[in-house]
Design a protein around this ligand. Structure first.
Ligand code: IMP
Length: 430
């Protein structure tokens, strides 16, 4: 198996970075295919904590090439800082190991401003975005007026497109938001300053993947956010602005679906969500607080406290279906250690009184469901750096077995702590 898609199957923050870092040791190529610097993928190596927002987590492996696909929206300011910070930590990053699609759209300063203003205007109905300009950048992509990284190759055209954009954005800023206009000169200076270092990274990413596939090399597609944040299949409107499900790996990088061998779904042993929107198993109590504190559940991008709750198998079953998940990777099992009992939601009671395991097609209906829980005996602790399934407490094994049963999917990896060493692999993932 050499073409693997890895996606989050909850509301993001499932611990994908750590699993990508592990798989990247074997992969020749790791590709980001959607989202932007709204993501925050954390990898812990010894006493170093590395948070990546845009660059695939594969960059921490010497031999691995990382690609930013056409489906990503890219803020050059963030990318520049991220490259700098990686270099300061001793990792090498250059055009030889980080390639960027000509077709990836640029996040412009006005996208960030519009993101914040649009949220403010929505008031109570705000999405709770990361404020990084992700939504407005995708809006321009689909309005076909966005600037792409490849536009840096023709500065005259770049300036022409930018002028047209600023003209229109200023109308919106002044007439809709009653805000100050932005200066073309300032935006131009900020954006053009990135041209010289960015252009050498440009590559036909789709073709590079094709070549790797032809040579039977291992390619990993790294998803960001999670299924329930998918713009079509998530809890709309409380979602991000890209497709986060496995299908997006193909459209967001330029490969055909027939080349994909496996789809790994990453989920925590419990659930978290940042921002607004329905969350059936949310624990707005001491238990929720305990999970937040012990699990360090604060946003890697914005620092916001994450909402926490029990594992939701109804949500997982839905995610397994829409992604075509072949393998599960369960993270943060250690966070639940020390509890007398742990709960799994196996069904919802819907507003009409019906009880079943259907994830409502109308996301608004999700706000009205009541979770039905199954209680499982907890486990005291997990041995330090546990990397063997046999060494897990029997209650933890039973919990994992129940997840397999409920999702009809095998658990191939279990993460038992933050370090690279804290990992059990039960089935080969490539
Ligand atoms: P946006 O992606 O910044 O537009 O935010 C839309 C929603 O997605 C908000 O609820 C964010 O909190 C959420 N979101 C975006 N990226 C992530 C992520 O990487 N992890 C978790 N939530 C995210």
């Amino acid at each position: 198996m050499s073409n693997v898609i890895l996606v989050g199957i909850q509301w993001g923050d499932e611990g994908k970075g750590k699993i990508v870092d592990y798989l990247a040791e074997e992969a020749s190529l790791v590709v980001r295919f959607q989202g932007g610097n709204n993501a925050g993928h954390t990898v812990i190596i010894g006493d170093q904590k590395i948070v990546l927002h845009l660059i695939p987590s594969g960059i921490l492996r010497k031999e691995t090439i990382c690609a930013i696909g056409n489906g990503v929206v890219l803020d050059p300011n963030v990318l520049q800082k991220e490259i700098q910070s990686l270099k300061e930590k001793g990792f090498s990053v250059g055009p030889e190991n980080l390639i960027i699609s000509h077709h990836a759209h640029l996040i412009m300063p006005y996208h960030r401003a519009l993101d914040v203003m649009s949220e403010k205007r929505k008031g109570e109905l705000k999405v709770g975005t990361t404020g990084r300009g992700i939504g407005p950048a995708y809006v321009d992509k689909y309005d076909r007026c966005g600037l792409r990284v490849g536009d840096y190759l023709n500065l005259d055209l770049f300036r022409e497109k930018l002028k047209a954009n600023i003209e229109f954005k200023n109308l919106v800023l002044q007439k809709v938001y009653d805000a100050e206009p932005i200066s073309y000169k300032e935006v131009e200076a900020e954006m053009i300053a990135h041209r010289d270092w960015l252009v050498p990274h440009l590559k036909d990413v789709s073709y590079v993947i094709y070549e790797a596939q032809q040579a039977k090399k291992k390619v990993l597609f790294e998803g960001a956010q999670g299924t329930s944040l998918d713009v079509d299949h998530g809890t709309y409107p409380y979602v991000t602005s890209s497709n986060t499900i496995a299908g997006a790996a193909c459209t967001g990088s330029g490969v055909g679906p027939t080349t994909i061998d496996k789809v790994i779904g990453v989920c925590k042993a419990y659930t978290t969500r940042v921002g607004s929107g329905p969350f059936p198993t949310e624990l707005d109590n001491e238990m929720g607080e305990m999970i937040r504190t012990k699990g360090g559940e604060f946003g890697a991008t914005t620092g916001r406290p994450r909402r926490t709750g029990w594992l939701d198998a109804v949500c997982l079953q839905y995610a397994v279906r829409v992604n075509g998940i072949t393998d599960l990777a369960i993270t943060k099992l250690d966070v639940l250690s020390g509890l007398d009992e742990v709960q799994i939601c196996t069904q919802y009671v819907h507003s009409n009184g019906k009880k079943n395991n259907k994830f409502p097609a109308d996301a608004r209906a999700l706000s009205n469901v009541k979770p039905v829980y199954e209680s499982h005996p907890g486990w005291k602790s997990i041995p330090e750096h546990c990397d063997k399934y046999e060494d897990l407490p029997k209650e933890a094994k039973a919990f994992l077995a129940r997840i397999e049963e409920l999702t009809n999917t095998k658990v191939s990896l279990v993460s038992t702590g933050p370090d690279r060493k804290d990992q059990i692999v039960t089935h080969n993932l490539f």
